[in-house]
Structure formats: structure tokens, C-alpha cells
Design a protein around this ligand. Structure first.
Ligand code: GLP
Length: 263
């Protein structure tokens, strides 16, 4: 695992956005795996600015989102499709027909999950997957106890996740308790994974992900198995890591090596 510890959420967003920008410069028709939640919002803003400044184009990009609430249409303001349109896609030169989010209103959700997996395969797999992390260590909506090899499927949300996400729903608004989410196995198949975490509230989940045992109790710990994963986190999210100084030292050494190779 590459662990990049930065001062604050602004630096995290810029660093994360640069990884995506470099990816798109190297491969303009990349397949991106995208995430919702508040953490990636500033990264998306950086991508929008880079696109508007013509530093990067999304016209040949395909995207697959991690998850969606089951029971919400894409036109529902709390759906993840709506979120992605509003926060990112509407501001890019992207072909929206090449942006995929699991169908929250699928008549046959089980088959919709299989279709989603097949669509990812048909596009050649995900080149780079963006992740946030839940306070309980979930990635996508893979809650604790999720199979570490799981594929896209219907998942029941924990009480903790429902409470964490209640802030997005008004009091009289229906908040789904079920979701469709890429599985942990689906995520691990991405060629590269970038996980962002900011704030003290994520420090226990980051501790369990990086220094805890590989366990379904912390779904993000499965990333210990991935060969190309980078965690971009701020000091607050890193605050409980016992080897924090070592991870910072590794990054300094990596930077020196990159500078040397670039000469
Ligand atoms: C939701 C999403 C996750 C996201 C998590 C954390 O549950 N399904 O993909 O990582 O929220 O969200 P936030 O970034 O708002 O803390």
C-alpha cells in the first residue's frame, strides 16, 4: 500500500485529482471507477477546473460508479446518479451515455447487478477506481461482513451508514435501507485504486484498513491485497496510525527516487 499523508483536505483533493489527470493524459479513453460522498467533491471540482482549462478531456472516458440506493430513480435528488450529474458530469465534456451508475429503479435488481459486472468487463475493466471510506470501514456499500471476493450485488445498509447518510435526506423523505454496490472483488479487479480519507472521524477506519488484520469486519482492509493502491489521507485521518512517520519517510524517499529518474 502506498500511503500519502498530507496536511489537509485541500491537499488531498489536489493530489488525488492529479493522479486522475495523469491517468487521462496517458490514456484518454480510460475507464474510471467513481465514488459519491462528501470526500471526493473537492477532487471533482479540481477535475472540472482542469477540464475547463483544457488540460484534460473526458470525451472518450467511460465511468462506472460504485453504488446506488435501491429504490431511488436517477431523477431523485438523493440518488447517486443525480449526485454524479450535478457534481461532476454536467460540468465536463463527457458523453453521458458512457457514464454508468447501478440502476436504483431496476425491476430485476439481481439481474441488473450481473449486467453491471458484464458492462464493466465489456469495457475492458476499470483502469482506476476512486474510493471514499465509511466510518465503519465500508467501501462502496460493502458493509462489514461483506465477502472479500464479492461482486456487484444488493446489500443491506447498516444502521451506522443509514445514520451517517441521513444528513442528505429531509425528515419526510424516504431513505433507502438497501443498495446496489460493486463487490469488493469487483473493486480489487481495478488496475489501480485511489482511496481518499479526511478528518478525524475516519481515523479508526484508516487504522483498521492499514494496520489492522485482513478481515471482512473492515471491508477496506481487503485493499491490503491490491498491488496498486494509494491511500491519500490527511493528518487527521492518519492520526491513529502507529507507523505514520515511516509512511511519510517512504514518500520522501519515493520523491527523491522519482526526481533522480527524471534527470
Ligand atoms: C457512502 C458511499 C461510500 C462513501 C461513504 C463515505 O456510504 N456509499 O462510497 O465512501 O459514503 O462518505 P463521505 O465521504 O461523505 O464520508
Amino acid at each position: 500500500m502506498q500511503i500519502v499523508i498530507l496536511k489537509d483536505s485541500v491537499e488531498v483533493a489536489k493530489y488525488g485529482a492529479n493522479i486522475f489527470i495523469k491517468q487521462l493524459i496517458n490514456k484518454p479513453n480510460s475507464v474510471l471507477g467513481l465514488a459519491t460522498g462528501s470526500t471526493p467533491l473537492s477532487l471533482y471540482q479540481c477535475l472540472i477546473e482542469a477540464n475547463k482549462a483544457h488540460h484534460v478531456s473526458f470525451k472518450d472516458v467511460t465511468t462506472f460508479n460504485l453504488d446506488e440506493y435501491l429504490g431511488l430513480k436517477g431523477s431523485h435528488p438523493q440518488s447517486y446518479r443525480y449526485f454524479m450529474n450535478e457534481k461532476l458530469f454536467d460540468h465536463l465534456d463527457i458523453n453521458k451515455e458512457q457514464t454508468f451508475v447501478p440502476s436504483g429503479d431496476a425491476l430485476d435488481p439481481i439481474n441488473a447487478c450481473l449486467d453491471y459486472e458484464n458492462m464493466i468487463l465489456a469495457k475492458g475493466g476499470i483502469d482506476i477506481q476512486l474510493l471514499g471510506i465509511g466510518r465503519n470501514g465500508h467501501i462502496g456499500f460493502n458493509e462489514p461482513s461483506s465477502c472479500l471476493m464479492s461482486r456487484t450485488r444488493v446489500k443491506t445498509l447498516t444502521k451506522a451508514t443509514i445514520e451517517d447518510n441521513a444528513r442528505f435526506f429531509t425528515l419526510d423523505e424516504y431513505q433507502p435501507h438497501l443498495s446496489i454496490t460493486m463487490g469488493i472483488g469487483t473493486i480489487l479487479d481495478a488496475k489501480k485504486v485511489v482511496l481518499l480519507a479526511t478528518g478525524e472521524s475516519k481515523s479508526d477506519a484508516i487504522l483498521a484498513t492499514v494496520e489492522g488484520a485482513l478481515t471482512a469486519s473492515c471491508p477496506a482492509s481487503a485493499l491490503q491485497f491490491h498491488q496498486n493502491v494509494v491511500l491519500v489521507i490527511d493528518d487527521a485521518a492518519a492520526s491513529k496510525l502507529s507507523n505514520r512517520d515511516f509512511y511519510k519517510h517512504i514518500e520522501i524517499e519515493n520523491q527523491k527516487l522519482r526526481a533522480h529518474l527524471a534527470q
